[in-house]
Design a binder for this molecule. Structure first.
Ligand code: HDE
Length: 705
């Protein structure tokens, strides 16, 4: 005899219309059928559905009938759920918030959002990696996208930036090439989300203009600890226009109130395995717990006279203007305080476009920016499938808007009335406003039509060297290690050599270290330089992450390893000290069921040890009992927990009983002032204070390159 699945038992079906009935499903989970409170399941056309567990068949064991319109519609829609992922920046994570202007910028720009200090304008931000597919891991070595949409009262302003202020190429015509080179190689379909392969380094080694950007992507900027701890840059020079149409050049920078912080490469590799969603989980947790991340929008303002005297071309997107030359001025703040209700509807369907600028903001002739202004519109049609992507709530302006664009796939707003053109005789519909409308800066342009690159774009090494010179010793070491790692994955020796030839123009010491680590017998000749690299550009502190860390440990997270019998008072004292600082903590225990502390209180674990490795935390505490230590010394994950925290230069608090675990993990002999014994509230506070510097970098000195 045929059996019905349990969830569609006769009782449940009978109760469907009037009662809410809970029945046990096949997996033992609770299923709910519709009652007075619960809405009735319908088809997309609104027809109520009687059974969503079984398809319509001829006989209980017979074939499924084509007539089953509910089944067909459900599968049809499912088959079409995916849209093309973004060709770049496919993996991203977004949040809502607001922008609040400070005083001061109104004299430079008539842009509406800067006119009323203190007023809040809604905003949506999407952070992303560039190279990886949508399902790739968060901690790839990569540039991070930092795209901001501000829904101003004069239209949407999209500042589609990155966490690095320069770019690989000077002309948009090279964009498909650089991206093809970094994406999986076309014959083999790998590697995913990585630049460490021949094609990428082949292209880079043949493209000297990339060298400045390469210094940034090989630095720890490309492995941020959190989206919350990175800067954002508009990259290009833009223009501001005031009421008199006076133009001021501007570069935009987002500075995180939380300070800068990155991970180290060995940590990144492990985080990708332990939690591929590390960055999105971090943003989700911070916003859900009310710890809203905040950035200040800063502007570097300058005029044509400065542009004419600046050592580099302000239209060249491979150059920065050091903050020591033009100080960034804070002109507003961005706060992220709400996660989207639905990832697809908002984060996936949001369409950022560089060409979305309100009156008062205008473009410069940066050839990368000009190319982007075409690409971003074009790509939305491919991705979102219709010219009407502006009808989606996440993309629609929040100010009144009127135009005669009509029809097309999935149009949701259609013109009413007779007039759908202008001028018309019906005195109907919107008209342009020469004063209020967006006007381009009337720059006088003349010149021969050519495909030449300006000579002022020719210096490819000086700022790369300046960036390297501006790093701390430890950061310089990380750059050398990153280059060595990446080039070690390159199988073609000549590509490695070409790269070392470029490095010789940036920093001979760096070139020698990398060549030695790669096992090259001799150094190549330095690469031909179109313009001799300068060595007189002063170091800029703003370029270092370590010099721009946080002032407190707020917003950071400690992993506390506990076992049965752990000292309850110590756990409480550490918890209180962390909360006092605005930091959070999670418990890691041998079993997910948790442990019982010395005073008999239960501690609920967030992770078991394999699920909560120390790489997921900014600092760790090992507050275990003697019996706990006996148990943990036999566990590889527990030994890794402390060995990794130590190797990654993290601060480690511990109970006296933790020593045998340190011994087994091979770090007992090397313990330093960053490994701190917790005895009471005072030592807990000392530990949290020490954590403010995030890492004890001196520990790294023991690691020889
Ligand atoms: Fe993009 N870029 N890009 N890009 N870009 C895209 O647009 C492009 C560049 C950036 O979270 C695409 O909607 C060209 C620089 C971000 O949705 C596409 C060039 C900077 C995002 C595109 C550049 C960026 C994108 C793919 C060279 C930093 C993600 C999907 C001229 C200033 C936005 C999309 C989001 C996305 C083109 C270079 C930032 C194909 C042609 C420089 C943050 O239109």
């Amino acid at each position: 005899m045929a059996r019905k699945s349990k969830s569609t038992s006769a009782a449940a079906l009978e109760a469907r219309v009037h009662d809410t009935v809970l029945t046990r499903g096949n997996g033992g989970e609770l299923h709910q059928t519709a009652g007075e409170e619960t809405p009735v399941l319908t088809t997309a056309h609104g027809v109520p559905v009687s059974d969503d567990q079984n398809s319509l068949k001829a006989g209980t064991r017979g074939p499924v009938l084509l007539e089953d319109f509910h089944f067909r519609e459900k599968i049809f829609h499912f088959d079409h759920e995916r849209i093309p992922e973004r060709v770049v920046h496919a993996r991203g994570y977004g949040a809502h918030g607001y922008f609040e202007a400070y005083e001061g910028l109104a004299k430079y720009t008539k842009a509406d959002l800067f006119q009323r200090p203190g007023e809040k304008t809604p905003a949506f931000v999407r952070f992303s990696t560039v190279a990886g597919s949508k399902g790739s891991f968060d901690l790839a070595r990569d540039v991070r996208g930092f795209a901001v949409k501000i829904y101003t009262q004069e239209g949407n302003w999209d500042l589609v930036g990155n966490n690095i202020p320069v770019f690989f190429i000077q002309d948009a015509i090279k964009f498909p090439d650089i991206i093809h080179s970094v994406k999986p190689e076309p014959d083999r379909g790998f590697p995913q989300a990585q630049s460490a392969h021949d094609n990428f380094w082949d292209f880079i080694s043949l493209t000297p203009e990339s060298m400045h950007m390469i210094m940034w992507t090989m630095s720890d900027r490309a492995i941020p600890r959190s989206f919350r701890f990175m800067e954002g840059f508009g990259v290009h020079t833009f223009r501001l226009l005031n009421e008199e149409d006076k133009s001021t050049f501007v570069k935009f920078i987002w500075k995180p109130k939380q300070g800068l912080q990155s991970v180290v490469w060995n940590e990144a590799v492990k985080i990708n395995g332990a939690d591929p969603d590390f960055h999105r989980r971090d943003l989700w947790n911070a916003i859900q717990t009310g710890d809203y991340p905040e950035w200040e929008l800063c502007v570097q303002l300058f005029d044509q006279d400065f542009a004419d005297t600046f050592d580099f071309d302000i239209l060249d997107p491979t150059k920065i203007i050091p903050e020591e030359i033009i100080a960034p001025i804070p002109v507003g703040r961005l706060v992220l305080d709400r996660m989207p209700d639905n990832f697809f509807a908002e984060t996936e369907q949001v369409a950022f476009m560089t060409q979305n600028v309100p009156p008062g903001i205008d473009f410069s002739n940066d050839p990368l920016l000009q190319g982007r202004n075409f690409s971003y519109l074009d790509t939305q049609i491919k991705r979102l499938g219709s010219t009407n992507f502006t009808h989606l709530p996440i993309n629609a302006p929040k100010c009144p808007f009127h135009h005669f664009q009509q029809d097309g796939h999935m149009a949701q707003r259609n013109p009413v009335g007779r007039a759908n053109y202008q001028p018309n005789s019906w005195d109907a519909g919107p008209r342009e406003d020469p004063k209020r409308g967006h006007r381009a800066y009337p720059e006088a342009i003349e010149g021969a039509k050519t495909r030449l690159r300006a000579e002022s774009f020719a210096d490819h090494y000086s700022q790369a060297r300046q960036f390297f010179d501006s790093q701390t010793v430890h950061e310089q070491k990380h750059i050398a290690m990153a280059l060595t790692f990446e080039l070690s994955k390159v199988e073609t020796p000549v590509i490695r050599e070409r790269m070392v030839a470029h490095l010789l123009n940036i920093d001979p010491g760096l070139a020698e270290t990398v060549a030695k680590k790669l096992g090259m017998d001799e150094l190549p000749e330095p690469a031909d330089a179109a313009v001799a690299p300068r060595d007189d550009l002063p170091a800029s502190d703003a370029l270092s992450i370590i010099k721009n860390g946080p002032e407190s440990f707020a917003g950071r997270k400690v992993g506390i390893l506990v076992t049965d019998g752990c000292d309850a008072a110590l756990v409480d004292q550490l918890g209180a000290a962390l909360e006092g600082e605005g930091a959070t903590f999670e418990f890691i225990a041998p079993k997910i069921g948790g442990v019982t502390a010395s005073d008999g209180t239960p501690i609920i674990a967030h992770h078991m040890i394999d699920g909560g490795p120390s790489v997921l935390f900014d600092a760790v505490a090992v507050l275990i009992s003697e019996e706990g230590a006996d148990l943990l010394i036999g566990e590889a994950a527990a030994r890794d927990f402390v060995a990794d925290a130590f190797a990654h230069c993290k601060f480690i608090a511990h109970s006296a009983a933790a020593k045998p675990l340190f011994a087994k993990a091979g770090i007992l002999e090397d313990l330093d002032e960053g490994v701190m014994l917790l005895e009471d509230a005072a030592t807990a506070t000392e530990f949290v204070k020490a954590c403010r510097s995030l890492r004890l970098w001196a520990r790294e000195d023991a690691t020889k390159l």
